[in-house]
Write a protein that binds this ligand. Sequence first.
Ligand code: 5AD
Ligand code: FES
Length: 341
Amino acid sequence: MKNLIDKAFYTHNLSYEELIYLIKDEQFNEYLYSKADETRKIFVGDEIHLRGLIEFSNICKNNCQYCGLQKNNHKIDRYKMSIDEIYQTAKQAVIMGYKTIVLQSGESEVYSVDELCKIIRKIKLLNVAITLSIGEKNSDEYKELKEAGADRFLLRIETTSPKLYKALHPSMSLSKRMACLHYLKKIGFETGTGNLIGLPNQTDESIANDILFFKELDADMVGLGPFIPHNDTPLGNYKGGTFEKALKVMAITRLLMPNINIPATTAMETLNPNGRIIALQSGANVVMPNVNETKYRSKYEIYPNKICINDNPDKCRNCIEAKIKSIGRTISQTKGFRLHK
Ligand code: 5AD
Ligand code: FES
């Protein structure tokens, strides 16, 4: 097993069978994490990129079975921030020092593409990178968003298992999602994807395929986390994923994709109070602190017990800065694009 981890460390390649073997192993986790950390240091260095996350609307037309924002969840109070509110939130985040603004929402048409372009153009004047995380659009729309100045796009594949994808995403299609990702890459977005770990009926074989998909796409970013069951969804009574397993898949991803950006995700911190710091020491190099005002935070309940729900932008910035300094890492002053080395 150690040999396999070393092989991944030196060649950044593993076969499907080798990946399964590594995912199933329980004995060499610590060695895996330390090699992933070493890889992170060699390829992307000690700097951590902070991305200010604006969750600008929780309105969603989809019914992803695991997600608390799904259309069928009538218990949540839906909101959409106005263009000016989004801009003011972004401006405050820039004053706090963020070099990237992530605009995330449920998938919907409540903002026209013109409105989205308008807000992108306005935020771009603040000299920051913009990441969109707004779900599936058609190619012309993606192109317009790119031309308006958006730099990056996050669209998790969630799972590459056709059977699982279909069961979890009524009225959506795996091939369409893959096509979106390839198109985003093609038109020049830095493209991020990722998956959920511990979904009901998910196998290690399908996780291995997910990792191979990240590599095949040549994703510029990969964000992943444990599935956390939400009571107001059809999967509320299922068992969720574990922190350890998500960390393991993340570390393997770092070994195979040494120069990409990998966030220490909020879902990881939800399952482990020190989750983001542990992730940052096991291959991750990005954190995406929430920059929303407190009043919106509890409404964006993708999964329960989400961290920072009662906090504010200053508190989160100071908290994460202190944590990062405590492990001897530094905060990047650049926009943090993927380094091609
Ligand atoms: N647990 C963990 N992560 C979830 N997401 C959605 N629902 C859950 C859940 N119950 C993740 C999806 C989505 C991202 C924004 O949140 O992977 O892409
Ligand atoms: Fe929000 Fe720590 S990041 S309080």
